[in-house]
Design a protein. Structure first.
Length: 308
């Protein structure tokens, strides 16, 4: 190689590769654009590769740069860990922002006790529950550190991230107490497919959802006549309609305890619903990341009565 690389070079390199722009990387690092350009030229000589090349109005990473970026991520993560004091993260004194994307039917049950648990352990923290964007946006937000953790019932849309199962439970159907099928215990698949449904998932993303994705695997589809952006709206609509809401059983039972609805067993072909935690490799070893994931798991076990 033409020259040695120090920590500053790595930080500049990663900023340029992530931003695909010298000017945006300069703003991110608080450096001048000429200084970043000069470092980029040196890095191109060092790696004997252009690293980023122009494509239309923007810039894209070369294949070599993508490999380098993954390696640099690991190096910078290891450096962060080395610089972290023993004990690492103290929730009692931390004032950091905690940002979580939560998108699954049990959110209304899990999030309130989760916020309480976080604030009990970390009273100075600021917790933000963020509405999810597209899978690509979520991956980028995790990469950039804009969010810390994702809770989702959709596994397939988030490849190349760290993940672990959070919980697994039965799927149930919720209908108004006056619904034509309210008197029976379970819906068969044939019955299920003839009914009108309400869903929090727009048609454009059904392939990755636990219900419609499973139906697609079976070569089936249901008749979704209403879509809403969140489960909280669905719970208000179902009691006044002939619609079927398919969701995790704990959420269905919570609805039945407070609303004039009936819980039916879902068709057995739908299987079980699993919720997952997703996080970026860069936070995998961090003391804060360990603490946050452990807190979510503990709250899920206590709130949703998940066996240990």
């Amino acid at each position: 190689m033409a020259s040695k690389i120090d920590l500053r070079h790595l930080q500049v390199l990663q900023a340029v590769l992530h931003e695909s722009s010298v000017s945006r990387a300069a703003v991110q690092l608080g450096l001048s654009q000429p200084a970043v350009s000069a470092t980029l030229r040196q890095l191109r000589d060092t790696f004997d590769d252009p690293l980023v090349v122009r494509s239309g109005a923007g810039m894209v990473c070369t294949e070599r740069a993508q490999d380098i970026s993954a390696a640099v991520d690991r190096v910078l993560t290891d450096i962060d860990l080395l610089l972290t004091p023993p004990g690492g993260f103290d929730p009692a004194t931390s004032e950091r922002d905690i940002r979580i994307v939560a998108y699954f039917g049990l959110g209304s049950l899990l999030i309130p006790p989760l916020i309480q648990a976080i604030h009990t352990a970390s009273p100075h923290a600021c917790v933000e529950i963020i509405q999810p964007g597209t899978p690509e946006q979520i991956k980028q937000q995790l990469h950039d550190g804009d969010i810390d953790l994702v809770i989702s019932s959709r596994q397939d849309p988030y490849p190349n991230l760290r993940f672990a199962p959070l919980m697994e439970c039965d799927i149930a159907c919720v209908v108004s107490s006056s619904h034509a099928h309210a008197a029976q215990n379970q819906l068969t698949l044939d019955e299920y497919l003839t009914l009108d449904h309400i869903s929090p998932s727009p048609a454009a993303v059904v392939a990755g959802t636990p219900i419609d994705g499973r139906l697609l695997q079976l070569g089936k589809s249901r008749n979704v006549v209403v879509t809403v952006p969140e489960f909280a709206l669905a719970r208000q609509i179902v009691p006044q309609s002939n619609l079927v809401l398919t969701t995790a059983r704990p959420f269905a039972e919570e609805m039945a305890a407070t609303l004039p609805v009936t819980v039916l067993e879902a068709p057995s072909e739908l299987g079980l619903m699993t919720a997952w935690l997703f996080w970026h490799e860069k936070s995998h070893h961090s003391p804060f990341g360990h603490w946050l994931r452990r807190t979510v798991r503990n709250v899920a076990k206590q709130t949703l009565r998940i066996p240990s």
